[in-house]
Design a protein around this ligand. Structure first.
Ligand code: SF4
Length: 350
């Protein structure tokens, strides 16, 4: 929902100010999917609004549900860009993983979204709409969203203003009302974004996708390292911690034979240091079309044990929804490939 546009339209039409509040609250609290279900609005106004500015900003193309309860949506913006949103079940809570961009320019080598390149950054309403679409589906199953993580397609800090505006809307006590500490922004290491987040009054959580403890290895996995080397990244995280007092969550994807040795674990522990400043989330790799493979359970356990021995907090998050292509960008890439195939067939037929 482009709430600013709805508000402007209602003002232009001479409607009382409380009408825009009614629309906003119906969309974010009652999870109304269309104006017809907002019965507090006069029928004529509902029709007029529906013609001028549809309530849902994104179309839902595909809904997949995994055996483990993961729900993945493929959505499309009004101008045709694919977007993904996923709801994962983790320790009884539902976490919504949202996209900040359609595609991504950072080209991490293990990531299906990186393969797509950047389509465009999403508007704040398009980011919030992903959450509302997931919340509507979960409500029908008697569940609700407990956490949000900006860890879907895109680098959130390359779309800073829209991401922060979306987080404020998700947090708004008059709207969706999600606690700020239940919203995390996950970055691939865009240092200016980490610095800016440290100055925000809203106490959002910061997650860093690190995935390698050295510049040499990280450059192979995440080319953004050439711009912001590991030492600069760590300094930005330490400054963030000093400024906010909040812990930084380090995401570490375990890739078989690439970054999962005992030596890598020790190097990572040295980099982060002991104590509460960092917590490492070890993540099982959800294979995409790339050559990488997930590390074995034994390797994951050994890696985690070394971190704990060296006083670095670590937990392991299993892969979600591998049977429904739930890794970042997989579903959208599949959709983009299908569209390319369709286009080729159409071209061949002309
Ligand atoms: S992992 Fe994140 S930052 Fe890297 S290419 Fe994929 S979406 Fe972009």
């Amino acid at each position: 929902m482009d709430f600013a546009r709805v508000e402007a339209l209602l003002a232009e039409w001479g409607e009382p100010a409380y009408r825009s509040r009614q629309v906003y609250e119906a969309a974010t609290r009652i999870l109304a999917a269309d104006y017809d279900s907002i019965t507090t609005l006069p029928a004529a106004l509902r029709r007029r609004l529906a013609e001028a500015e549809p309530l849902a900003e994104l179309g839902v193309d595909d809904v997949r549900e995994s055996a483990d309860g993961t729900i993945k949506l493929r959505l499309t913006t009004r101008d045709g860009f694919p977007v993904e949103a996923v709801a994962m079940r983790h320790r009884g809570r539902r976490t919504a993983c949202l996209s900040s961009q359609s595609g991504c320019p950072l080209a991490c080598t293990f990531c299906a979204t990186g393969e797509m390149g950047l389509g465009r950054s999403l508007r704040s309403g398009e980011i919030v709409e992903q959450l509302l679409a997931l919340a509507r589906i979960l409500r029908d199953r008697g569940a609700s969203v407990g956490n949000v993580v900006m860890m879907g397609m895109g680098e959130p800090f390359l779309n800073y203003e829209n991401v922060l505006a979306a987080c404020r809307t998700m947090h708004d006590p008059d709207g969706f009302n999600l606690g700020a500490r239940h919203i995390a922004i996950s970055t691939a290491g865009w240092v200016p974004g980490i610095e800016a987040l440290a100055e925000e009054p809203l106490p959002l959580r910061l997650a860093l996708s690190l995935h390698a403890p050295t510049d040499e290895l990280r450059e192979q996995l995440m080319p953004v390292t050439r711009r912001y080397p590991v030492a600069r990244l760590m300094q930005a995280c330490r400054d963030y911690r000093a400024r906010t007092g909040r812990r930084v969550f380090v995401e570490y994807l375990l890739l078989d034979g690439v970054n999962d040795s005992d030596a890598h674990a020790r190097r990572l522990a040295r980099l982060l240091g002991p104590g509460p400043a960092f917590h490492v989330n070890l993540i099982a790799y959800n294979p995409t079309a790339s050559d990488y493979r997930a590390s074995s359970q034994e390797r994951v356990a050994a890696f985690a044990e070394i971190l704990r021995e060296l006083a670095v907090g670590a937990s392991y998050r299993r892969s979600h929804g591998s049977d429904i292509e739930a890794a970042c960008g997989q579903l959208a890439v599949t959709g983009a490939r299908a569209r390319r195939r369709q286009l080729r067939r159409m071209t061949a037929g002309t």
